[in-house]
Design a protein around this ligand. Sequence first.
Ligand code: GTP
Ligand code: MN
Length: 631
Amino acid sequence: MLTNVDFLRSKMSEAGWKKLDALKNEKLNAFIEEFARRCNPASIYICDDGAADEAYIRETALKKGEEHPMALANQTIHWDGYKDQGRDKRATRYIAYPEDFEKMKSLGTLPYEEGLGEILGIAENIMEGKEAVVKFFAEGPARSPFTVPCVQFTDSFYVAHSECLLYRPAYDHFLNMKAAEKDDFFRFIHSAGKTDERNCSVNLDKRRVYIDTRNDIVYSMNNQYAGNSIGLKKHSMRLAINKSGREGWLCEHMFLMAVLNEKKNRKTYFAGAYPSACGKTSTAMVPGEKIVGDDIVYFRNIKGEFRGVNVEQGIFGIIKDVNAQDDPVIFKNLMLNQETIFSNILLGPDRTPYWQGCGMETPAEGRNHHGAWKKGDKDEEGREIPLAHPNSRYTIRLDYLDNFDKEGFEAKEGVKVQGVLYGGRDSDTTVPVEESPSWENGIMLKACSLESETTSATLGQEGVRSPSPMANLDFVSYPLGEYVLNNLNFVRGMKETPKIFSTNYFMKGPDGKFMTGKLAKKVWLRWAEGRIHGEYGAYETPTGKIPLSADLKNLFKLHLDEDFSEADYEYLFSFRCDKWLEKLARTAAFFKKMDPDAQDRLFDYWKKAAKKIEAAKKKYGAVIKPGDYKG
Ligand code: GTP
Ligand code: MN
């Protein structure tokens, strides 16, 4: 398709056209022209990587009232609509060609033509009278083996502003693309749609996020909540998972961090997958270690090494319960005059931020996600409006943090990852930390069987388990069985394979209370770090290797000044045969349901693992104490 240059020029300033024209990218021009025609914005602002354009985006978000000023000049606040406060899973669909439709059905599909027709209908004139913005970003470091270049076209300056903080700029990357690369980038088109006097999307019945993994494009309409609107985050993740499946690399829902040793002469990189609200950010932020990223990691085999990068450059973090005690580093940064976007929290009369569990005295009135707010106010459904939404967030750049691992973050070839952690929310089955004997064993028994339990913070029954293979279920965009095989095969031919560990921070004692404190994860991390360097002994279990009590006693004393009791050790590290057998049965049933075509190899593996546990149960009893199991 040849672009109509005159039409494009009529939609932007001469400076904007110069920036676009310099990229000499016909596919890009065609994309912008198509949606300039369909969505019909009054004008389009084209950005390069310069500070002037970032400043324009921020100022425009403020001028349009998508963000509001706060007491500290560099902080702003944004509110999403009262009913646009979380990812809309129901309205998020893959639009799938006939040949993909059946095998992707369990992931949530619509027939391609039907879905495309619907979303393009919604897009018709949706930006009428508004200014739109186009900005270029990279997933991963730009101009690296990991880079996925992306273009975001949106009429929300809040979305563009968030992306400026969260993603690396890539206008220069587009400028320097070789001819052969020019077709290969992700495209995101977003519109907040019609908004009310508070600047919130109103046509929520027409809120849609439609993902086309064949053409690497995501259409997002009539929403503002970042999880629905920001192309570069979860939408991009879905495209990247599909792409990585085709190309043989990995895109995972993981943090990336460096764990140090006592002498601080060793830096060992770990990546860790935990379902939402199960501890990614809090693990990556453990005091005394270093953070590279807290949400999305790409892995590639680079010269035979298992290497990973943080896809992002910022944190879009849950703010609830962030306080000076539990999250000292984040809390401190949220109190500083540096570029921060708060979303859906309370703006007090003093124009400073407040949220649930902030550890500060909170005012009885202010402005929040419902508008003007007084303590005790009820919503349309008669429910009391909390001072802030439980899913309210902060958006900041990572490089503000003292514990930021700049070296690892900037490495174009990523960091060499030596440990991979999988952690769920599990009150009664898995031990706090366990090493897998092999990569395959770790993927099959630790990653595939990952589950999360509902907490009292969510509606419905407490303690209900939901499967969350690799903590990635919401974003896996090709059949689950194939995805597991890609994980298994990824390490083929590598010189060294990372050790896989499971962790569980959420084991409960007989009294129903958590057995370990929030900082205990430091001990599990340091034990895993030591194991990678051959430093600690271990006992065998039917599923892996667990720490010796003496080593943990030392680590607890050293790092937390706590006495770790023998009784706690025995309780936490006992192997519960029946619980494990149930867990494996649930895992196999779930895979069968999600992907009936998954290879027998997977089910055979779980059958064999179950046999081993049954044999152990016969020999050692249903609950096996640490040290008793001898194979
Ligand atoms: P997303 O950003 O939504 O993907 O979540 P996340 O995986 O980054 O989770 P995060 O680290 O923000 O933690 C989620 C919740 O778990 C918070 O309420 C934490 O306070 C709580 N939490 C984290 N670590 C622990 C722990 O070791 N023990 C207990 N009991 N709670 C924890
Ligand atoms: Mn997080």
